[in-house]
Ligand binder design. Structure first.
Ligand code: AHR
Length: 501
C-alpha cells in the first residue's frame, strides 16, 4: 500500500513540554513494595530501592512521576507515611482492599525520585479529606522551616523542602468507585478551597483539577464545565484518563482506539475554552493526560486476589506486540496535541500496568510497550510538526475512517534532529511511504528502526525479549524526498540529523 506524507519545518503545532513523558507510581499491587522497593533484593541500595529498576526508569527518561495515587490517594493519610518507620500504622487500603504498611511514604518516595533523576507530581486526598490536610501537606513538603509542619519534616531528617511544583487536587472524583466520590459541584467547591490555601502556602505550585475518569462517563462534559466554573482562576490544568483494551480480540478496532483519545482531547480543550470565554478570562487551562495506557489483560486474574494481603500481584498486564502499537498510536496522539497537552503520565511504571516488570528476588525486564515510550521520550522532544498524510483508511466495529498510517514528526532545532514516528495499522500490508520533507536542507538520514512481530500476541518475558526494535534498510535521502518501507503492524522511528561538519 502506498502513502504520502508532507512536512515543513515552518508548520509547527507547538513545543513539547518535557512532562509529556511522565509516568505514575501508585501504592497498588507490586508497584511500590516488591517493585521499586525490595530491601532483600541483591541489587537493592542501602534504602531498599532496586538499582536495576532505577536503571530501567532512567532508560525511559521519565521526567516526572505521579504519586501516591490513583484511587489510593482518596483514602490516604499522608501523616501515616512519615516519621520513624517502626511507628507507622498498618492500614486497610479500601481502594484496592489490601494491607498498607506505610513503610514507604513521601520522604522515601522523594528520595527514590532523586536517585532516579525524576520530579514528583504529588496528589492530595480530596476524597476523605479536604483543604486543611492539603495545606498542611503542602507546608510539610514545600515550606523551608520554622512552622509546625515544616519543622516536623525537619525532625524526620529532611532538612530541605522537597519543593514539589505540580500537585493533583484529588483523583477521579467523578467515579462512584472512588472513596469520597463527589458531584461536580461538591468537588469543584472543595478543589477551589484546597487550591486557594495550597497556593497561599506555596505560590509557586501548579495545580491539576480532576476531569472525567474517562470519556464514556455519563457526566463527561458537564463535569469538566462545572468543575472549571468553580476552579478556573485557581487551577492550571484539567486531568484526562483513558485505558484501552481488546477483550473482543478485534485487532483492527483496537488499533483505531487512539481516534477516541484524539476526540477526548479536542472535546476537553473546547470545554476549557468555553469556560474561558464565559469568564472572559485571559488565562488558558491546559491538559494533563495523567493516566493513559492499555489495561485489560489482568482483569480476570485480579478478581481472584485475596483481600487484605500486602502487595498482591494486581493489574499485572503482560503486554503484546499489538498493545505496543496502540501505545505508539497514543503517544503520537499526545504529540499531535502538544499545544494543549502539557503533562501526560503512562500509567503506570513498575509491575502495575507497566512498561517495567520485576521478579521478586530476580530480574527486571522490559515489556513491549517499553519501546515506543522510550523512543518517543528519547527522540520526541522539540517542535511538533504538522504531518498531513494521504493514505488509505478503513472502518472497524466502532470507528470509521481509521488511517492505516498514524504519524507525527518532531524537530529539535538546537540539536539539529528531525524524527518521524509512524505506526502502520495494516495487519497484512507494508506501507511504501513517500515523504516530502521541506525546510531541512543539510539533513541526512541517520536510520530507521521498526518494532514488529508476525505474531501480534508475542510478549516479552523475564527470560527474553521477542519484541524489540530492529534496524531497517534505508534508501538514500536525496533532495526533499524520502522513501521508506513500514512493515505490516509496526511502530517506526525514522531519524534525520543536520550535517554539522
Ligand atoms: O491506574 C490504575 C487506576 O486507574 C488508578 O488508581 C485510577 O485513578 C484509575 O481508575
Amino acid at each position: 500500500m502506498k502513502a504520502k506524507l508532507t512536512l515543513h519545518g515552518e508548520f509547527a503545532i507547538g513545543e513539547t513540554d518535557k512532562r509529556l513523558y511522565g509516568s505514575f507510581i501508585e501504592h497498588l499491587g507490586r508497584a511500590v513494595y516488591n517493585g521499586i522497593y525490595e530491601p532483600n533484593h541483591p541489587l537493592a541500595d542501602e534504602l531498599g530501592f532496586r538499582k536495576d529498576v532505577i536503571d530501567l526508569v532512567r532508560e525511559l527518561r521519565v521526567p516526572i512521576v505521579r504519586y501516591p495515587g490513583g484511587n489510593f490517594v482518596s483514602g490516604y493519610n499522608w501523616e501515616d507515611g512519615v516519621g520513624p518507620a517502626g511507628q507507622r500504622p498498618v492500614r486497610m487500603d479500601l481502594a484496592w482492599m489490601t494491607r498498607e504498611s506505610n513503610r514507604i511514604g513521601v520522604n522515601e518516595f522523594a528520595e527514590w525520585a532523586r536517585r532516579t533523576g525524576t520530579d514528583v507530581m504529588m496528589a492530595v486526598n480530596l476524597g476523605t479529606r479536604g483543604p486543611d490536610e492539603a495545606r498542611n501537606f503542602t507546608e510539610y513538603c514545600n515550606f523551608p522551616g520554622g512552622t509546625r509542619w515544616s519543622d516536623l519534616r525537619r525532625s524526620h531528617g529532611v532538612e530541605r523542602p522537597h519543593n514539589f511544583k505540580l500537585w493533583c487536587l484529588g483523583n477521579e472524583m467523578d467515579g462512584p468507585w472512588q472513596i469520597g466520590h463527589k458531584t461536580a459541584d461538591e468537588y469543584g467547591r472543595i478543589a477551589a478551597e484546597a487550591a486557594k490555601v495550597m497556593r497561599w502556602t506555596d505560590p509557586s505550585i501548579e495545580l491539576v483539577v480532576c476531569g472525567s475518569s474517562n470519556a464514556r462517563m455519563p457526566s463527561f462534559g458537564k463535569w469538566e464545565e462545572t468543575v472549571l466554573d468553580h476552579t478556573y482562576e485557581l487551577a492550571d490544568y484539567v486531568s484526562l484518563h483513558i485505558y484501552f483494551g481488546n477483550p473482543e480480540n478485534d485487532t483492527p478496532n483496537f488499533l483505531g482506539r487512539s481516534l477516541e483519545m484524539e476526540s477526548f482531547i479536542k472535546t476537553v480543550t473546547g470545554i476549557c475554552d468555553l469556560v474561558k470565554a464565559k469568564k472572559q478570562s485571559k488565562k488558558t487551562i491546559n491538559l494533563s493526560f495523567d493516566e493513559w495506557n492499555v489495561w485489560f489483560h489482568s482483569q480476570d486474574q485480579d478478581a481472584k486476589i485475596e483481600k487484605w494481603i500486602e502487595a498482591p500481584p494486581r493489574l499485572e498486564d503482560i503486554y503484546t506486540m499489538e498493545d505496543a502499537l496502540v501505545a505508539g498510536c497514543m503517544l503520537i496522539t499526545l504529540l499531535k496535541n502538544a499545544d494543549r497537552v502539557k503533562i501526560a503520565c503512562l500509567a503506570q511504571l513498575v509491575n502495575v500496568i507497566a512498561p517495567i516488570m520485576t521478579e521478586v528476588g530476580g530480574t527486571a525486564w522490559r515489556q513491549t510497550i517499553f519501546y515506543p515510550f522510550k523512543d518517543a521520550s528519547t527522540w520526541g522532544r522539540g517542535r511538533v510538526l504538522r504531518c498531513p498524510v494521504r493514505c488509505e483508511r478503513y472502518d472497524s466495529r466502532e470507528y470509521a475512517g481509521i488511517p492505516y498510517l498514524e504519524t507525527v514528526a518532531v524537530h529539535h532545532e538546537e540539536e539539529g534532529r528531525l524524527t518521524i514516528f509512524a505506526v502502520n495499522r495494516s495487519l497484512e500490508e507494508a506501507i511504501e511511504l513517500e515523504a516530502g520533507i521541506f525546510g531541512f536542507e543539510g539533513y541526512r538520514l541517520i536510520g530507521h528502526t521498526a518494532l514488529y512481530n508476525e505474531d501480534l500476541k508475542a510478549i516479552n518475558a523475564a527470560g527474553g525479549e521477542k519484541v524489540k526494535p530492529a534496524a531497517q534498510e534505508t534508501a538514500p535521502f536525496e533532495g526533499e524526498a524520502l522513501s521508506l518501507r513500514l512493515p505490516p503492524a509496526s511502530w517506526n522511528v525514522i531519524r534525520l540529523e543536520e550535517r554539522r561538519d
